[in-house]
Design a protein around this ligand. Structure first.
Ligand SMILES: [Zn+2]
Length: 63
C-alpha cells in the first residue's frame, strides 16, 4: 500500500489493539520502503517484526 494509505489507516484505527493479521509492503511514490504495514491498523512493521509475528503464528497454529 501507499505510505499515505498506511497513515490514514493508523489515524482511523487509533489506539485499539490489533494482532496485525495481514501485512503489505509499503511504498512511497512507487518506491518500496523496507517496512511492511498492517492492512488493518496501518502499524509500521519492520521485516524482523513481521517474521517474528509469522513465526509465532506458525507455532501457535493460528490461521
Ligand atoms: Zn495491525
Amino acid at each position: 500500500m501507499e505510505y499515505s494509505e498506511a497513515l490514514k489507516l493508523k489515524e482511523r484505527w487509533g489506539k485499539a489493539p490489533c494482532d496485525h493479521p495481514e501485512f503489505e509492503k509499503v511504498y512511497f511514490f512507487g518506491t518500496y520502503l523496507v517496512n511492511y504495514a498492517c492492512t488493518k491498523c496501518g502499524a509500521d512493521l519492520t521485516i524482523p517484526r513481521k517474521l517474528e509475528i509469522e513465526e509465532a503464528r506458525k507455532k501457535k497454529k493460528i490461521p
